[in-house]
Design a protein. Structure first.
Length: 134
């Protein structure tokens, strides 16, 4: 739906935060999260289950964001970490550093911060986290 065939992911939405909804506080999620409202707090995926975060044009987050796959057309204020893929659509705006492995940026998207390529660094980190204790 949102990704090219090479980056296609399950776009199943498990949680929807509506346009008139405001959340104050940190949030941890699994699966698919679509945000049309506003979150003031950190939005972090459950690392045991890679997740997809979709933020519409009306959506915004003020805080740190971490997810495997992110589609952004709204606003983020804070550091953003996409361990697999991030798509910045034409109305996307990030005020903060962006950590990414794969990036697609449409004309009109804005990043006010550093771009930090993660490369294979994350694969090594996840392997260390998920490895059984010896």
């Amino acid at each position: 739906m949102f990704f090219k065939k090479s980056m296609q992911v399950d776009s199943h939405i498990d949680t929807l935060i509506g346009k008139e909804t405001r959340v104050h506080g940190d949030m941890q999620f699994s699966g698919g999260l679509r945000l049309d409202g506003n979150i003031i707090g950190n939005v972090i995926e459950n690392r045991e289950h890679p997740s997809t975060l979709i933020i519409s044009e009306s959506g915004s987050v003020t805080g740190a964001v971490e997810a495997s796959k992110i589609v952004l057309n709204g606003t983020m204020h804070g550091p953003v970490k996409a361990s697999v893929f991030i798509e910045l659509q034409s109305k996307a705006r990030i005020v903060g550093d962006l950590y990414y492995k794969s990036l697609e940026m449409h004309t009109g998207a804005v990043i006010e911060g550093k771009l930090v390529y993660l490369g294979d660094q994350l694969a090594a980190e996840y392997a260390a986290i998920t490895a059984p204790d010896a």
